[in-house]
Write a protein that binds this ligand. Structure first.
Ligand code: ADP
Ligand code: MG
Length: 698
């Protein structure tokens, strides 16, 4: 290992001034080594070589200024317990008031006579007039001008507990010191030259301490050459790993072959109850091509609720079965498995294939018997829950595994199947489309087919957002639908933090609806705390029309098909995420009658929540909604969480840097195709496992 590389691996505790306590504070922010510290961009950059003078401040401006504290102190307000820490600051041109709300601890940090650099917005407060409210600040020494902290473009870091931005700046400078040209370079030379990217050690230095003539805007958009290089480095590492994983999958061979001839084509046509849409046809073609290849298929089929994914999957199953192989169809819940079994039995009634449903409700003895027949190859198509894969179901010749509505676990299930020595074709289906920005990362090793059109004659669900104060009107409308023989869902949110309170509220609401608002109709409650059996009973009663109004928490979200339900009324719609609202809306509009989704919201409602409701009323396109969702939520919610399958990125931001990810993918792909030298490849593989550690490569 080169000296520079060894330095990067050094624990932060070896830096001057970092003892066990500071090391622990760093660790709390996920920073352990010198490398971690350097591979963490500043949150933003401030140009302290051009601080504004106080006299030049204009209302509404966000500014950096520097000056001396004349007086400061804590003051109470008329609101009990609400205190404000105020400071009067002076520079050569004038004075300005700084105010921090509820920040009594500042008494220990800010004192008269100190020099501060502050960053914040100069704005009017309704009580105290023009001031800078809750600014970020740093105490600087009078002789610090022209040092790391002032007199230049300075990096401003996220505070990590006791570690201030200022302290971090000093430590980063110290950490950069020993780095030299012996630092290993993960990026291929050709790529660097072509894209004019600085070498790694230069990039690290420039990303933290930009030159005086750097553009502040460019830096704050994370678009300087140094920043782009480091982001590309991270993305390149990631994509090389993904492509290697992909390559490994391609090296696998299925134990079977699939052929398509005229006889089989005729068999497929015979099954079809309607004309496929263009989207369905295209998806089926891609699936058929995959299945005929010697490598196992890994395909994600995405399409909105009601787009008709089932028939495509069934045709794929027929293709496997016509080739003498078995197929497995897995749904997330028993009810869905039963519904699928019904649909599929109807579709395949005229064929010779034997179809069996295997769920927890099947008596143990029958299940055992079925298991033997499945293992002997006497059952052609097995329908069940995801437990089918996890349990020890043995197949005679499993050619195709279809997984409905659970793309997240698709990868895991593939691993489980593989561990059992099975290499079937895999088709994973989802009604939650993957935003374009994520397709290259989370699902980088899956092929994707998208059905973007809907079967003809579908009436789009009409969606309206209404305040809770107009509930009477809403109920009158629902009553009309029930009287016309339709059914309705009423959804109430339950969130973990306030589960008990929410559950009580949902239960009370169901009571009121049943006894006071809709006494003439049969109303039932469904929630996640009920026993599975009870849930199934209620769900079946709703599906059969026995129950007319189903008051439910979000357990109803996935897949249930009740075509006679035409109303989806969502209470506290402001508390739901976009993807959830879209899923809920997908429960209606499945039959011949016009359906309506009413989103009932309560005040106070955040701007974001308003945006979500607006998106819902403006579009029913799941693809558009998925993109909007990401845009509104940002990646904050997603990143770093392994369950979501997202890579834990340190520098890159998939939304901001999507174009760089595309570029990294192309570069990685070209580089791997060029038979790269083994040393660099080994280094990349090793760091990939360390950094992203999703699934072992190579
Ligand atoms: P999803 O993609 O949500 O799983 P389904 O496969 O359940 O959708 O299909 C929804 C409904 O549309 C089903 O009743 C199905 O029979 C019907 N359907 C699917 N494709 C077509 C088509 N091409 N023409 C007419 N009806 C179709
Ligand atoms: Mg479906």
């Amino acid at each position: 290992m080169s000296d520079s590389a060894a330095w990067l691996a050094t624990p932060l505790q070896f830096l001057k001034g970092v003892g066990p306590r500071k090391a622990a504070d760093f660790a709390s922010a996920g920073l352990h080594s010198v490398e971690d510290l350097l591979y963490r961009f500043p949150r933003r950059y401030e140009d302290r070589s051009r601080l504004q003078s106080i006299a030049s401040l204009r209302e509404g401006q966000t500014v950096s200024i520097s000056g001396d504290v004349i007086t400061c102190g804590l003051r109470g307000t008329r609101r009990p317990g609400f205190r404000i820490f105020e400071a009067l600051m002076r520079d050569a041109s004038g004075t300005v008031r700084l105010a921090w709300f509820n920040s009594a601890f500042l008494q220990d940090q800010i004192r008269a006579g100190q020099r501060l650099v502050v960053y914040g917005t100069f704005e009017r407060n309704q009580y105290s007039g023009l001031q800078i409210t809750n600014p970020q600040f740093e105490v600087v020494e009078a002789d610090e001008i022209e040092t790391l902290h002032t007199g230049r473009i300075v990096p401003v870091y996220e505070r990590a507990r006791s570690i201030t931005p200022k302290m971090q700046r000093r430590l980063v400078a110290e950490a950069l010191e020993p780095l030299g040209t012996d630092l290993p370079e993960p990026l291929p030379d050709g790529m660097r030259a072509r894209l004019h990217l600085p070498p790694r050690h230069d990039a690290l230095r420039l990303a933290h301490f930009p030159p005086v003539d750097a553009s502040l805007d460019e830096l704050n958009m994370f678009r300087s050459a140094a920043q782009r290089r480091l982001i590309l480095e991270e993305f390149f590492r990631f994509q090389v790993g993904m492509l290697l994983r992909r390559r490994e999958a391609d090296a696998e061979r299925k134990g079977h072959t699939i052929r398509v001839d005229d006889r089989i084509r005729a068999a497929l046509r015979a099954v079809l109850p309607f004309k496929l849409t263009a989207g369905q046809r295209a998806a089926l073609k891609q699936i058929g091509e995959d299945m005929q290849r010697p490598q196992p298929m890994n395909r994600l089929l995405q399409g909105d609720v009601g787009a008709g994914k089932t028939i495509v999957a069934v045709l794929a199953a027929v293709l496997a079965m016509e080739n003498g192989l078995q197929a497995a169809f897995m749904a997330p819940t028993e009810i869905l498995a039963e519904q699928h079994a019904q649909t599929i039995r109807r579709l395949l009634a005229e064929t010779r294939f034997r179809i069996e449903l295997v769920t927890g409700s099947v008596p143990a003895a029958t299940r055992k018997h079925l298991a033997r027949q499945i293992a002997a190859g006497q059952v052609d198509l097995v329908i069940g829950t995801h437990a089918l894969v996890q349990e020890s179901t043995a197949f005679h010749a499993l050619g195709l595994a279809i997984i409905d509505e659970q793309h997240r676990f698709g990868v895991l299930q593939r691993a489980t199947l593989r561990a059992k020595g099975l290499r079937p074709d895999m088709l994973v289906m989802t009604a939650t489309p993957i935003p374009r920005t994520l397709a290259l990362t989370t699902y980088g090793d899956l092929d994707v087919s998208s059905i973007r059109d809907l079967p003809p004659g579908r009436q789009p669900v009409q969606t309206i957002a209404r305040p809770g104060s107009r509930r009477d009107e809403t109920h009158a409308f629902v009553r009309g639908e029930l009287e016309a023989g339709r059914q309705a869902y009423v959804i109430y949110p339950i969130i973990e933090e306030s589960e008990k309170v929410d559950l009580r509220a949902a239960t009370e609401m169901a009571d009121t609806l049943a006894h006071e608002v809709f006494p003439a109709f049969r109303v039932a409650l469904l929630h996640g705390r009920m026993k599975q059996e009870a849930k199934d009973r209620v769900m079946r009663a709703f599906a059969s029309g026995e129950i007319q109004m189903l008051v439910s928490t979000t357990v109803v979200e996935v897949g249930v098909d009740v075509p006679n339900a035409t109303v989806m009324l969502v209470e506290h719609a402001e508390r739901f995420g976009l993807a959830q609202l879209h899923q809920l809306r997908g429960r209606v509009g499945r039959g011949v009658h016009q359906s309506t989704c009413v989103l009932v919201y309560e005040y106070p409602i955040s701007e974001q929540a308003q945006d979500r409701l607006k998106v819902m009323t403006e579009t029913t396109d799941g693809f558009v909604i998925a993109e909007k969702d990401l845009e509104l939520r940002g990646f904050g919610d997603l990143s770093g969480t392994r369950q979501s399958g997202m890579p834990a990125l340190r520098l890159g931001d998939l939304r901001r840097d999507h174009a760089l990810m595309v570029q990294a993918r192309e570069e990685a792909s070209a580089w791997l195709a060029s038979h790269p030298d083994g040393e660099r490849l080994d280094e990349l593989k090793r760091t990939w496992i360390e950094r992203f550690g999703l699934v072992q490569v190579g």
